[in-house]
Design a protein around this ligand. Sequence first.
Ligand SMILES: NC(=O)c1ccc[n+]([C@@H]2O[C@H](COP(=O)([O-])OP(=O)(O)OC[C@H]3O[C@@H](n4cnc5c(N)ncnc54)[C@H](OP(=O)(O)O)[C@@H]3O)[C@@H](O)[C@H]2O)c1
Length: 332
Amino acid sequence: MSQNFKALVISETSEKKYIRSFEQKNTDDLPAGEVLIRVQYSSLNYKDALSSIGNKGVTRKYPHTPGIDAAGVVIESSVPTFRQGDAVVVTSYDLGMNTAGAFAEYIRVPAAWVLPLPNDLTLLNAMIYGTAGLTAGLCIRALQQQGITPDKGEILVSGATGGVGILSVALLAKLGYTVVALTGKPEASDLLMSIGANRMINRATFEDNSPKPLLKSTYAGAIDTVGGNILASILKSLQYGGAVAACGLVASADLHTSVFPFILRANALVGIDSAECPMPIREAIWQHLASDWRLSDDTLATLHQIITLEQVPEKLDLMLAGKAWGKVVVAI
Ligand SMILES: NC(=O)c1ccc[n+]([C@@H]2O[C@H](COP(=O)([O-])OP(=O)(O)OC[C@H]3O[C@@H](n4cnc5c(N)ncnc54)[C@H](OP(=O)(O)O)[C@@H]3O)[C@@H](O)[C@H]2O)c1
């Protein structure tokens, strides 16, 4: 099949500026892969925002179409595992990084990246979760593996109004944890409490700049989406035997800490990667998201907004400025 379609394209100028435009592409232009998918929904992730401004750690070559999340319907498949009309989800791997992504009407990807849409999830619901939901799920799984059960105490979530943060708050609350939301947006207090946060901390008051190696033992665990001094401050504040699942770098990719949280409080720092996460673990997390961890329709409705493909550039700018909130789903 050869089909024209619309895509957001980021182009690099000779002055290393990154220009956004909407272009007509053809499915013949798409990379090789076994499965051609008509994208119905995508969603915004911080990685897409980095790709849109020429971050070479995310995207090496331009022109490029970002979009690491896709939910849609199979149009063509050269493998028996997927058939025309199947509803499917693709998140991360190389999609939207160096493989043309889902801010477009069509993608073509290797079959190994494609997950059948879990039973009981709609394509829209799958993109309300998206990579952010998978990542939040991986963080929760990591805390569980460290023995952090709801009775152990409070769980802190940083970047609480962001995509990964807001889903972490809602999923932890659903699983019975007591959640402390750390946010730079005090005005989002009602929103965060309505999806299950127990109390809020204003980011401006949280960071510790003292030379103290440890602070008051407070949190049983944490999900950190921002890195830098916030992650260092969280590490100083965990209870004995506590753990933090670290997945992000919005504040900083640097981490200046000491060994004291590890050797005096037996704390664990667990790294989370959703991009190359093996398919069996992905499937397990998606099954949880569709069943026992499934958020109520009210919660899902509260924590997302839907935009058009044409609105993606302005929302990516909001994200880069730290002003976006919740999950932003793109109806393609
Ligand atoms: N490891 C993985 O597999 C994986 C997967 C997905 C995402 N990530 C990473 O996780 C992070 C969050 O991704 P996302 O898609 O959820 O992004 P997002 O929606 O843009 O959320 C980021 C949130 O961080 C907070 N924030 C913004 N600027 C900040 C600053 N200077 N200092 C401290 N906090 C700040 C804001 O929340 P508040 O205003 O509420 O504080 C913001 O909403 C990114 O670094 C992303 O690359 C990693």
